[in-house]
Design a protein around this ligand. Structure first.
Ligand SMILES: NC(=O)c1ccc[n+]([C@@H]2O[C@H](COP(=O)([O-])OP(=O)(O)OC[C@H]3O[C@@H](n4cnc5c(N)ncnc54)[C@H](O)[C@@H]3O)[C@@H](O)[C@H]2O)c1
Length: 406
C-alpha cells in the first residue's frame, strides 16, 4: 500500500515549490503519497503550531529549531525534521534526541557553492560591482577599478571538505599557491594538488585570499575576529560562503572601514535570519552592521544564494524526499544527523551505522540492545532508554536520561 506522509514545509519560496513539485513526479517516489503543505513563514516558536496535523517538517537554514520549537513539534506529533540543506547549526540536536529524527542533504552540488565563492572573489577583486553601476550611469571611467592578478598569489582555504576541495582545485587552476587548514587533513589531496596544510595563524599571515568552508560550531564561532584579522596581510580578501557566525562582523566592518584588509565577499551573515530570503527594498534596514556592510565599496554581499543553481535545487528536492520516504517506510536513514554524530562522517558513539538510524523507535529493551555497551558518549552519560512519555525521564537528577536543562 502507498505510504501517505503529510509534510509541513516552512519558509517555502517559489523555487522550492517548483523544484519539489517537479521531483514529486519522479517515478522514484511512486510508492509514496507526499502531501505537502507549503508555509511562507519561517519555522520558529511562534509558527511551530502550523505543524499540527502533519507527520514531518521540511525546514531550511534560517528556520530556528531550538528546545522550545522541538517541544512544540513533538507535541504536534512531528517525528521527522527533514532539512533541505547541509548545515544544521540552526537545530538543537540535543533537544531533538530520541524525540524527533533529523535528516539533511549532506551534499547537493558542492560545485554551486565553490563556483559562487569564485564569483564573489572575482567581482570584488576586479571591482565588477562598481563598474556595473558606473556604466549604467554612463560613466566609463576606469579610475579606482584597479584589481590584482590572482595568478601567483596565495589562497588559504579553511575547511577542506567537499566545497573547500573544489574551490582549492579551481583556484589552483588560476595558478594560485594553495594553503589549507582542517582538523582532519587530507594529505593525499594536498599532495595531488601541490597544496600544503598549515596551522591557521600561518594561513592568516600568508594568504591573499582567505575562504571559509567549515561548519559553524561553538568552538569556531568568530574564528575571524580582531586578533585573526590583525595577522592578515593588508591585501587580504576574506570570503565566507560557510556560515555567518564564523566571522565577528563588527571586527570585520572595522577592518574594512580602516582599509586594514582589501575586501570581503560574503554570502552569509551572522544575523541574516531576519533579512535574507525576503524583500526589504521598501523598508529601512534597522540592522546597522548589515546596513554598513551593504554600503561599503570593498564588500560584495549576496543573500545566501551560493547553493542556488538548477542542479543543486533538483538534488535538494530529490534527496529531501528520499529521506522522508525512507523514514516513512521504516528504512535506514543514511542522512540522519544527531548530536552524537561527528562532523568527519565517522560517527563514533552514534549507532546509525549499526542500526540504520541515530536512535530507534523500538521498545526500550530492543533499543538498549542495539546501543554501545558504554553508556558515556564524548564523556557524557547517555540515556539508553527509548523515549516514551511514561519513562519518567525527567524525574531523577542522577539519571542520565533526565533533561539537564531543567
Ligand atoms: N552558502 C551556501 O549556500 C552553503 C551551501 C552549502 C553549505 N554551506 C556551508 O558550507 C560548509 C561546508 O560544506 P561542505 O559540504 O564542504 O562540508 P563538509 O562536511 O564536506 O566539509 C567541512 C569540512 O570542515 C572541516 N572543519 C570542521 N571544523 C573545522 C575548523 N574549525 N577549521 C577548519 N576546518 C574545519 C571538516 O573537517 C570538514 O573537512 C557547511 O558546513 C555549510 O555551513 C553553505
Amino acid at each position: 500500500m502507498k505510504k501517505n506522509v503529510k509534510i509541513a514545509f516552512f519558509d517555502a519560496k517559489p523555487y522550492d515549490r517548483a523544484w519539489f513539485g517537479a521531483a514529486l513526479k519522479d517515478p522514484l517516489f511512486a510508492d509514496t503519497d507526499f502531501d505537502i503543505e507549503y508555509f511562507d513563514s519561517k519555522l520558529s516558536a511562534a509558527t511551530a503550531r502550523l505543524a499540527q496535523g502533519h507527520d514531518a517538517v521540511c525546514a531550511f537554514v534560517n528556520d530556528r529549531i531550538d528546545r522550545d520549537v522541538a517541544a512544540q513539534l513533538e507535541a504536534a506529533g512531528i517525528r521527522l525534521v527533514a532539512l533541505r540543506c547541509a548545515g544544521y547549526n540552526n537545530v538543537d540536536l540535543e533537544a531533538m534526541w530520541e524525540r524527533i529524527h533529523v535528516a539533511r542533504v549532506p551534499a547537493y552540488s558542492p560545485h554551486s557553492v565553490a563556483e559562487h565563492t569564485v564569483a564573489l572573489l572575482q567581482t570584488l577583486n576586479r571591482k565588477v560591482h562598481v563598474a556595473y553601476n558606473r556604466i549604467r550611469d554612463g560613466n566609463f571611467a576606469l579610475a579606482g577599478l584597479v584589481g590584482r592578478d590572482l595568478y601567483g598569489k596565495t589562497a588559504g582555504i579553511i575547511g577542506t571538505g567537499k566545497i573547500g576541495k573544489i574551490l582549492a582545485r579551481i583556484l589552483s587552476g588560476y595558478g594560485m599557491r594553495i594553503l589549507l587548514s582542517d582538523p582532519c587533513p587530507d594529505g593525499e589531496f594536498a599532495e595531488e594538488l601541490g597544496a600544503k596544510y598549515v596551522d591557521r595563524d600561518t594561513l592568516y599571515r600568508q594568504s591573499d585570499v582567505i575562504s571559509l568552508h567549515c561548519p559553524l560550531t561553538p568552538e569556531n564561532r568568530y574564528m575571524i575576529n580582531e586578533q585573526s584579522i590583525a595577522l592578515m596581510k593588508r591585501e587580504a580578501i576574506i570570503l565566507n560562503t560557510g556560515r555567518g557566525g564564523l566571522i565577528d562582523t563588527r571586527a570585520l566592518v572595522e577592518a574594512l572601514k580602516g582599509d586594514r584588509i582589501r575586501g570581503a565577499g560574503l554570502d552569509v551573515y551572522e544575523e541574516e535570519e531576519r533579512y535574507f530570503f525576503e524583500d526589504w527594498s521598501m523598508a529601512p534596514i534597522r540592522d546597522d552592521i548589515l546596513a554598513r556592510l551593504i554600503q561599503l565599496p570593498n564588500v560584495v554581499l549576496t543573500a545566501h544564494q551560493a547553493f542556488l543553481t538548477e542542479e543543486a535545487l533538483g538534488e535538494i528536492a530529490r534527496v529531501t524526499l528520499s529521506n522522508i520516504r525512507d523514514w516513512a517506510q521504516g528504512k535506514a536513514l543514511p542522512n540522519e544527523i544527531c548530536y552524537h554524530c561527528e562532523e568527519d562522517g565517522k560517527y563514533p558513539g552514534c549507532i546509525r551505522e549499526s542500526s540504520g538510524s541515530c536512535w530507534t523507535d523500538e521498545p526500550a529493551a530492543e533499543t538498549s540492545r542495539s546501543r554501545p555497551e558504554d553508556t558515556r558518549i564524548h564523556g557524557v552519560p547517555v540515556c539508553t532508554k527509548a523515549f516514551s512519555p511514561e519513562s519518567e525521564r525527567f524525574g531523577d537528577e542522577d539519571d542520565p536520561c533526565a533533561d539537564g536543562s531543567e
